[in-house]
Design a protein around this ligand. Sequence first.
Ligand code: ZN
Length: 243
Amino acid sequence: MRYGLFSDVHANWEALTVVLTYLEQENVDAYLFCGDIVGYGPDPNRCAEKIFSLKNLIAVSGNHDLAVIGRKDLDWFNPTAQQSLSWTTQQLKARNRKLLQKLPSIQTISNFTVVHGSARQPSDEYLFTITDCLETLHYFSTPIIFCGHTHRPFWFFTRGEENYFQNIENEDSFQLSGEKNILNIGSVGQPRDGNRQACCAIFDQEKNAIKFKRLEYDLARTQEKMLQAQLPAYLIERLASGV
Ligand code: ZN
């Protein structure tokens, strides 16, 4: 089985379509999504409809997805995120809200677990460092866990008494050689690792290998739509810098 992995779309239609076209060309058997369909970007409905129409989709909810269906308090978010979430809540069609309500916050499929943040706090916890990863290790029992949320791709793994953590810079492929592996898939619609290109990955379950991919998309078009929707200037600008 080969899985197309993606996370943190954040209503960025241009980035999402580029990623899904690539994964389709790569002939993946199924899709694995780590949460945050909406928030920040200008196309929440279109992105939700597209994602929910994917065949063999395994998906979990992100903190932004929970906020727009009233399951997470807006006080939890910073002011620009709050503004975009209020706008998104108004825009969201009833049928898409219902689909978001059905998303679980954690899923375990054969040898891997899927969450947005961490196994300890599936929708909320940010994993940035080796220490963050170590603290959540006992909360999942599969050899692999996929997450998103920080918008910064990384690979953490344990081997014997040792622990390794590496940020994924640009494109990278490797064998998942650890006993326990935490993989952050980065972000499709709002990367924050200094690379503005949309991020996704392919997981080959038989080979136990993963390949990260970065893709250019029509950033100017997304920014134009955000401007028209009067979304916060800071959110429009940060797409170009990728931080
Ligand atoms: Zn996010």
